[in-house]
Design a protein around this ligand. Sequence first.
Ligand code: SR1
Ligand code: MG
Length: 422
Amino acid sequence: MALEEAFEALEPATLPSRLGGLKVLTEKLGEPSGWQVREVGDGNLNLVFIVEGGGSAMIVKQALPYVRLVGEGWPLPLKRSFFEYNALIRQAARAPGSVPEVFHFDEAQAIIVQEFLTPHIILRRALIEGENLPKIGPDLGLFMARTLFRGSDLSMKAVARKKDMALFSENDALCDITESLVFTDPYYDADMNSHTTPELDGVVARLRADRDLKVAAQDMKLAFVTRAETMLHGDLHTGSIMVTADETRVIDPEFAFYGPMAFDVGMLLANFWMSYFSQRGHEQEGSRDAMRAFLLDTISTTWAVFRDEFARLWREERTGILYQRSLYEDQGDSLGAEQALDAFLHALFEDMLGFAGVEIHRRILGLAHNADFETIADRAQKARSETAALEFGRHIAVNRRHISSLDALERLAMRLEEESAR
Ligand code: SR1
Ligand code: MG
């Protein structure tokens, strides 16, 4: 029987009777008759319930057999919940403390019962509100280095990794979403696209006629589709991260699959850059100069921490079949291993820029926009901020092979952002 046949969507009223027999819940939340249940999902795909009881709370997340953002006309396999569960337990092992704890998984009902993170809020919301969160750069740099390195052939045993890659290869429906929505649809007049119109019509027409840009986007799509380097989070934007001033947790890895390392890094930095370009539209209560400086600093810190931790793991945990120690350190050639590391990180940096550029474009031109821009009330400012981000995205995607550091990009971002104020 297909998962979908046995499936029944939870409702606040039915959740206590349906899950009340689970010891893992009643031990924490007490008798189901005393539970309070709220549906709080605001993402594009799933139901999310907060279940409170006995002075405690848990999250019950349930996949729906369709895309919530669009409706039942766009079916989506429930099995994504299986991939999310499997990704969460791998990320917990590879980067301890970085993801919510999982208490229970029900594959047939596509339910994951997990830790209720409180008083955490979604990072995207915190950035829109102008919160300065100095830990996010270091925490997310570490998270990416550890999960991406430890899920790859640099670290894992080859057989285990191949089996794991086969397991996640079935997450094809979620990959298909990314393949279309991120890499293709923004660059033509696809049905579900939208953009701020008529203000952006000119720049959109220019981007869609830009051969170099379309080649760059397809180069990145080729990498996404063919380069199964590591288990990715697969959707690492600021809506997939929960924060307090002291803690950062990464949630929602339902798009997990084996793909190119730089995809997660590029998607995350793109979302920081979009936050940067959107700040001008959120200045009702005063200048966001400090927030802009914080975001640029967060981008360079995230990359620097990622690079340094990746380098540490390369030196200390390179136990896989790639760049084996037998070729380098065991022959007294540590410098050779460093040379290989430099080349590896250089290529990863270029790919990161390519993925970041297309992620910026798809959030402004495609189906799934982000609140950073969408909540800007002044429409003219919104269009100017989006235009600046689009130009920046085009530059980093097309010229990625000629950009050697984030410093040069800071100057470009600042200039484009300042122009968006007029
Ligand atoms: C139809 S799903 C749209 C987007 O939401 C998810 O969070 C992913 O980013 C996806 O591309
Ligand atoms: Mg999500």
